[in-house]
Ligand binder design. Sequence first.
Ligand code: GDG
Length: 740
Amino acid sequence: MQRIILVSNRLPTTVEKKKGGIHYINSTGGLATGLDAFHQDNECLWIGWPGLSSEHMNQSEKAEIRQNLSEKNCVPVYITRSDVEKFYYGFSNKTIWPLFHYFPQHTFFQPDFWSSYVHVNTLFAEAVLSIATKNDLIWVHDYQLMLLPAILRKQLPDSGIGFFLHIPFPSLEIFRLLPWRKEVLEGLLGADLIGFHTYDYIRHFLNSVRRLLGYDNTFSQISCHNRILKADVFPMGIDYKRFSEVGLMPEVQKEEKSIRRKTGNRSLIIAIERLDYTKGIIQRLEAFDLFLSQNPSMKEKVTLILVAVPSRTSVDSYKQLKKDMNEMIGSINGRHGTIGWAPVLNLYRSLPFPTLAALYHSCDVALVTPLRDGMNLVAKEYIATKQDKTGVLILSEMAGAAKEMGEAIIVNPNNKEEIAEALRVALEMPVDEQKYRIMCMQRRLIRYDVHRWAYDFIDKLEQARALRENLQCKKLTESDCRTIRSKYSRALSVLFLLDYDGTLVPFADKPEKAVPDPGLIDLLRRLNSIKGRKVAIVSGRDRRSLDRWFAETGITLCAEHGVWIKEPGDDWSTTVSQQNKWKDELWPILELFADRTPGALLEEKEYSLAFHYRNADPELAFLRVRELMDALIHLVSNLNLGVMQGNRVIEIKNAGINKGTAAMKIVEKGSWDMVLAAGDDVTDEDLFSSLPKNSFSIKVGIGSSKADFNVESVEEVRRFLEMLCETGVETEVEEEIENW
Ligand code: GDG
């Protein structure tokens, strides 16, 4: 098995310096507790910040901490006080955290925060690179390290790099507010696999990638920088076994007795989280207030235990929240409470595990109502402890967990009437119903626990890496070039069949802008003038454009995907009997689609019609293309037409015409020792599949293809052609290969 390196902002062990001594304590929070079991089972390395700024330690303390952590398979990254302020409290917790949780009002866009974020991501990269080899699997976690995958990819192009986001990925309209949105997306795209808790987050992410960077996706696979990577859903589970056994632990039983002593036989409602504005604490208190007002019979019969774990205490919005929470609790207790009964019991601290477990185990209702939450493990942990199957979970629809826990009472956390009513229903729910609901949820939690989650991610990461490697297998290498050149130099007659757009010139936003540069014209002319070499452009372009650009080069031209062929010195000819009336019939239909798709444009060629959607909104274009294909399907079969889908273009022409049949007409005109073809899109696949045996074919870009080889770019095709152009007799070959 490969070595796994986990990387997250915080290590599972937090280092504290108190009274001159160094203490090692377990970190809290979903990520640390969730991954810890996986870390221990697999003895993998974990790289992260131990929680102390570097100014707090002298050199010998740093060395001591490094040594002690290494015994726990942990590697520390030390960051300065200034970076803790700007990277951690700043960009991570005042920019990304609020923005990704849909709180733009709490979001700061500060360039110094951003610079520090870039800097600390680089520090983490250095720490990983000092340890990792290309065979390792590197699993980066969460929003503090979103630039890390791309930084690592540059140095470790072959390694398997995975990334998991523990918080929501927001919709485009929110994400696009971030001034550094493109850099963040590019950072993530360095990974082979990007994991999210829910499918909604994937949709938002893919949409942002498409709209802001222009990279398309198919079935959640993105092609960019000549790599393929995947986004997938991995709803994080919990250590089910641990939570299911808490009722048997003597320390937990002791805690439970103590809780019951204080609360008598009142119904208990538990709410537990870090004190954070995303958790909906104020809205929940308002709802509880309303519930008490609406249900006077519940007086002295119910207690809400609100555990708020101190968090990011130096951030202003958190300080304000604490103040607001205390005021609300005071007002509720003052208004509804009696001498022996405080309706809300507030614990503002982190609890030891047995106390937390005892609270889960003994409370009748869990009120989990975050305004936004990536997943929410508290909801799952509560259900896992309920081995007698009694208890009710009220869960916010804004938590990722709501997607999996449909048997909970699902509420909108902003709707206090709904929450108050849910509380009433929960407290009155018949035991049989409680049992049924809990049983359904537990079954799911058992199946996909945190171990399964982690192994599943690693498994899919290995697959994603293998997919990338397979696609790279066909990459045109130096040794392939050597073989081709050697054969080429011995071939007396060679035919080049070359696509134009995306193969010899890059795509432009409008087709008319993609004109050939003088260097290309010169290259094709030189290649074509070598004895025994013939160059043909096989394009979807209309014949007028090809004539205008290439008439002087003496090369063969094939226009409109094979409708027209023009040999040098001849006129254009077509062997296909064409009739064109159908164009009048289809044009108004296409026009209607173009009018309803801003950015789309129509092109009329002599024997075909093209609907270009390169500049249209990708989401809308996706819909329109499906509608258009639906609308065309009957018409084209009646009129004996064919529909071709190219690179962001739909082209309609007479059936039976394609680049393959046209190219064969050119091939048949001579006797060739070798045929070389190059193209980039689906229409070129017809060309590749009809080539004779003695051929080499090249696809520009990644993705499966019938071509023999893949190259990355137009520039690479042109370098390749240039190299062949320079190739003369066999003796020259070796020397020129060195320059390739
Ligand atoms: C992030 C995302 C996502 C809480 N109080 C105490 C305590 N805890 C433990 C709970 C639970 C964890 O902390 C909290 O997990 P959550 O999932 O609720 O929330 P975040 O820490 O914000 O986690 C979240 C998670 O990552 C995983 O991907 O679900 O959406 O925001 O395990 O048990 N533990 C102890 N004392 C406490 O007082 N011992």
